[in-house]
Design a protein around this ligand. Sequence first.
Ligand code: AP5
Length: 190
Amino acid sequence: MATDGIRVVLFGPPGSGKGTQAGVLSERLGVPVVSTGEMLREAVAAGSSLGRKVAEIMAAGSLVDDDTMSEVVGERLERPDVQGGFLLDGYPRTLRQADSLREMLQRQGVALDAAVLLDVPEEVLVARLTGRGRGDDGDEVVRERLDVYRDKTEPLVDYYRREDLLQVIDGDRPVQRVADDIVASLEAVR
Ligand code: AP5
C-alpha cells in the first residue's frame, strides 16, 4: 500500500501490544516508530536529567507530566526521519497530550491519518504483563498502570471517535493477524 506520509497513533492499555505491533507495522509500512516508553527507558538507562526526573514515576506506573512529554515528543517529531510519516506508540496518553499533538502537527502542516485502539480483555493484559517481567510489570504496578489507563487514557477513545480517526482493532489474536487487520483498516482510511 502507499504509505507516504502515513501518521498513526497506536494506543491501548498496557500489554495490549502497542510496541509489538509498532515493530511489525514499521517493517510493513516503511515508517519509523516513535515510542515514548522506549525513549523514557533509554533516558533512565543513560542517567540523563530527563531519566532522573522520570525514573520513579515510571517505576510506580504513573504518568510523566504532560509538559515534559510534549517537549520530548515535540523535539522528536522535528527530526528528518519522521517527516514522511510515523507510528506513535504510547503517546498521546491524556486529552492534553492529544491536543498538543494535534497542534504540533498543525504547525508542521500535517495531520494524523488514524488512531488505532488495540482492544484486549483485562485478564489477557494481566497474564501478558506478569509473564514478561519488565521492571514495571509487578502485580501492584500493573494494577496501577491499568487504573491510570482507564482514568487518563481511555477518554481518548471518544476524542478520536469525534475526530473521525478511531480504528478499533481486536488485539487478542496472533500478532500477524492483528497486524493484518491494522493494515487493512489503514488502507480503508487512505
Ligand atoms: P510504555 O512503555 O508505553 O508502557 P505501557 O503502555 O504500559 O505498555 P507496554 O509496553 O507494557 O505494553 P504494549 O501495549 O506496548 O504491549 P507490548 O507490545 O509490549 O510506557 C511505560 C511508562 O512510561 C508509563 O507507565 C509511563 O510512566 C511512561 N510514559 C510513556 N509514555 C508516556 C506518555 N505519553 N505520558 C506519560 N507517561 C508516559 O506487549 C506486551 C506483552 O504481550 C509482550 O510480552 C508481548 O510479547 C506480548 N504480546 C503482544 N502482542 C501479543 C499478542 N497479539 N498475542 C500474545 N502476546 C502478545
